[in-house]
Design a protein around this ligand. Structure first.
Ligand code: NAD
Ligand code: WQD
Length: 340
């Protein structure tokens, strides 16, 4: 099967491409490199030993996208492309609605015009908002808006794709709600390469280990959790990548209609537990300071993963220790990420 991967040069996209290529899928990457580097695509080629078609295009450019679909004739799409910085989305909401919602409209239109009926969409645990208590199940009632514009774009995308599935019985869509992806490919050749100061916990910690940051700022230790710091469901990015391969299998089996799955481990870890695991993996103390709470953070979030296990035959295999060891290897081997 040939799969067109939007955002395939990004963090999760590169890992997914390597997994898919390893399983015999053909991959076509469309990425405008707004948050990634050409070297990432080169590393995918290097790791897979395969020739991967790459188009540096904006997914919102319908004509360019149509040309790619007509030339490459993919059977399925995995749609990773989008912006993902929560804080930036609060400051510049239209940037997020334009890119994250607008390009999905363009993509769905072009898929329709070209007769491509299978899509896997990168959603997020952020769609659950703060209404339900964990473990979060896919059938939870979703809020009308998330706690930031970024999250709301995920809700809107889910709704648009759901409406397309309702409008066309032959349309197949798998919405994957990722929890907290961390880690890197065990080769140390691909990994997360955030621009500027990292917003997320794991990249901030690894940059502290290599001396790019002075110390970790722990955002609050007065939450109603055992050690007072927030609990999240961290999932290794390679496990996540395999979840996408499992989703594609649904298309190969025939019409699956609309499906929604959590991709997490089902286990929560606190900020202090993550920090301790990184200290062990790094073999050193990692300086930190306790700061105030960050706006919008929930005390606790972790997935109910039973549906993905039952229906996709997929479950996360890697441990928090694996995530730490692999993130550190990537950071140490590539202190400046993919470079300029
Ligand atoms: P990333 O920024 O590393 O990758 C996204 C890629 O999309 C980048 O390479 C970027 O250049 C590309 N892109 C953005 N806008 C584009 C456009 N208009 N046209 C073409 N390419 C475009 O992010 P990631 O962490 O790999 O996330 C991938 C997807 O997963 C995103 O949709 C994100 O919202 C979602 N997600 C990520 C996380 C996470 O914590 N990383 C969690 C849940 C969901
Ligand atoms: C984890 C924990 C922080 C940084 C975000 C998005 C979510 C999804 C995944 C895309 C929290 C604490 C963090 C730091 C800290 N992305 N922390 N110091 O907020 O669970 O999820 O990424 O869909 O939508 O919101 O992940 O890694 O930012 O934070 O103490 O420097 O680490 O307060 O408790 P989060 P995170």
């Amino acid at each position: 099967m040939k799969v067109l991967v939007t955002g395939g040069a990004g963090y999760i996209g590169t890992h997914t491409c390597v997994t898919l290529l390893g399983q015999g899928y053909e991959v076509v990457i469309v990425d405008n490199l707004s948050n990634s580097k050409p070297a990432a695509v080169e590393r995918v080629r290097e790791l897979s030993g395969k020739d991967v078609a790459f188009y540096q295009e904006d997914v919102g450019d319908e004509q360019a996208l149509r040309d790619i679909f007509q030339k490459e004739k993919p059977q399925a799409v995995i749609h990773f492309a989008g912006y993902k910085a929560v804080g930036e989305s609060v400051e510049q909401p239209l940037k997020y609605y334009e890119n994250n919602v607008g390009i999905t409209v363009a993509l769905l239109k072009v898929m329709g015009q070209c007769g491509v009926k299978n899509i896997v969409f990168s959603s997020s645990a952020t769609v659950y908002g703060d209404v339900e208590n964990p473990p979060l199940r896919e059938d939870a009632k979703l809020p009308h808006h998330a706690n930031c514009p970024y999250g709301t774009t995920k809700l809107i995308n889910e709704q648009m794709i759901t409406d397309c599935a309702h409008a066309d019985p032959a349309f197949n869509a798998v919405l994957l709600r990722y929890f907290n992806p961390v880690g890197a490919h065990e080769s140390g050749r691909i990994g997360e390469d955030p621009a500027g100061t990292p917003n997320n916990l794991a990249p901030y910690i690894v940059q502290t280990v290599v001396g790019k940051r002075d110390k970790l700022h722990v955002f609050g230790n007065d939450y109603p959790t055992p050690d007072g710091t927030c609990i999240r469901d961290y999932i290794h990015v390679v496990d996540l990548a395999e979840g996408h391969a499992a989703a594609l299998k649904l298309f190969e089996k025939g019409g699956c209609g609309l499906r929604v799955y959590n991709l997490g481990t089902g286990r929560g870890h606190s900020v202090m537990e993550v920090l301790k695991a990184f200290c062990e993996a790094a073999g050193q103390e990692i300086p930190y300071v306790i700061d105030g709470r960050r706006d919008g953070d929930l005390p606790e979030s972790y997935a109910d993963v039973s549906k993905a296990k039952r229906e996709l035959g997929w479950e996360a295999k890697k441990t928090l220790q694996d995530m730490c060891v692999d993130s550190l290897r990537w950071q140490r081997q590539n202190p400046d990420g993919y470079g300029d």
